[in-house]
Design a protein around this ligand. Structure first.
Ligand SMILES: [Mg+2]
Length: 387
């Protein structure tokens, strides 16, 4: 019988001097969690690891005071699958959410998502499989270890001009990406137009996404749409407030090319509302829900059900966040790809050391669990917490 012995959390800085249209990252933190089990695989104790995605802060208070104690206080048999030989992520999720009212998700969804990541890592390690293979098996799907990734960057920072922006984009192309993203909305519309034109000239046939980080009111969002629609952009991301579905729906009248949003919707109910009321178009738009901010993979599977029920393909989901958890979901459940931040949020984001990007595709290595052990700088930080 598997037993969870301990759940540890530490809040770490991932500060940098970048900013998008809404926030700067100079005080950004992250929660790292280790779930220590009594089970041994390949001569090593199984420890599951998780962390929250960038953009929301560490959740040490909620994790230590509320969600980890509920798991540790539960009868350990109640956290296992029928056979008793592995953890049951859904049962653990239900245990964490005991005595939580519906709605008003706040940032508890980040705390739960962080623990959920560690639970799935441990579960796949105990099963002796990469998470993407375990997921595909559970859903009766054929896994595809090749995943599309694009390079997100193009932030504003002090003293950075158009030349530096273009050099940054060129460095992503040099590292194998053929799709890149820059921020907009943190400068005037004329400055942003110049940035976009300069980057398009530099990247040639590669694809460009632009991201406003929810900054615009309707009038500004439309003004940008009228400017942006003259360029062959891959997508126009998060124009207005994440919960302003009417703005998103109205914008579609002014922007015929693909749009993307969803990284700040934290439950399957919120995702379903976007699909019901946001005017998103299933033949061209993209959905960016990030499991590590929105109650984890147990909830993300419900979100995918809502996506399918609304007539969308999972291929239109390209999650925010750039972590290996979403890479596993993409490879296992047939998503359209994943975000990646080649130069930011290290050591948490990115790929195992052996992985190379070619034509904006990576191939998942066959590592048990989520694959954190294959990324040496990340695993060094994780081991510090567990040992
Ligand atoms: Mg974004």
């Amino acid at each position: 019988m598997v037993k969870i012995l301990n759940i540890r959390e530490v809040t770490k800085p991932i500060a940098s001097d970048i900013r998008n249209a809404y926030i700067d990252f100079s005080k950004m933190t992250i929660s790292l969690v280790a779930i220590v089990t009594d089970t041994v695989r390949d001569g090593k104790r199984v420890v599951g690891y998780g962390f929250n995605s960038n953009g929301r802060y560490g959740q040490g208070g909620l994790i230590r005071e509320r969600f980890a104690p509920r798991i540790l206080e539960a009868d350990s048999r109640s956290l296992l699958d029928e056979s008793g030989s592995n953890l049951d992520p859904d049962r653990i999720w239900n245990t964490m959410m005991r005595n939580e009212k519906p709605g008003g998700h706040g940032e508890r969804s980040v705390a739960v998502g962080t623990i959920d990541m560690a639970v799935w890592d441990a579960t796949a390690k105990i099963a002796g499989k990469p998470l993407f293979r375990l997921l595909a098996e559970r859903h009766g799907l054929e896994p595809d270890p090749r995943v599309f990734v694009y390079a997100a960057g193009g932030y504003y920072y002090p003293g950075k001009g158009t030349d530096a922006l273009c050099a940054e984009m060129q460095s992503y192309l040099d590292r194998g990406y053929s799709a890149v993203k820059i921020k907009i909305g943190g400068a005037s519309i004329d400055d942003d137009r110049e940035r976009i034109e300069a980057v398009l000239r530099r990247i040639g046939h590669a694809q460009l996404c632009v991201d406003a980080n929810g900054r615009f009111d309707l009038e500004t969002a439309i003004a940008y749409a009228k400017m942006l629609r003259h360029y062959p952009l891959f997508w126009y991301e998060e124009a207005g407030d994440p919960l302003d579905f009417q703005l998103q729906a109205t914008l579609a009248e002014f922007y015929p090319r693909p749009m993307a949003t969803g990284e700040n919707l934290f439950s399957h109910q919120d995702a379903r509302n976007l699909l019901r009321y946001g005017g998103m178009r299933s033949d061209r738009d993209y959905l960016q829900f990030d499991c590590a901010l929105s109650y984890g993979l147990c909830e993300y599977q419900r979100t995918l059900e809502a996506v399918k029920a609304a007539g969308w393909s999972p291929r239109r989901c390209i999650p925010h966040g750039g972590h290996q958890m979403s890479l596993n979901i993409a490879a296992g459940l047939g998503l359209g790809g994943n975000e990646s931040y080649p130069d930011l949020f290290q050591p948490y984001g990115g790929f195992p050391d052996s992985v190379r990007v070619e034509n904006s595709l990576i191939t998942m290595p066959d590592l048990p669990g989520i694959g954190f052990e294959g990324k040496s700088d990340l695993y060094a930080v994780m081991r510090e917490l567990a040992e």
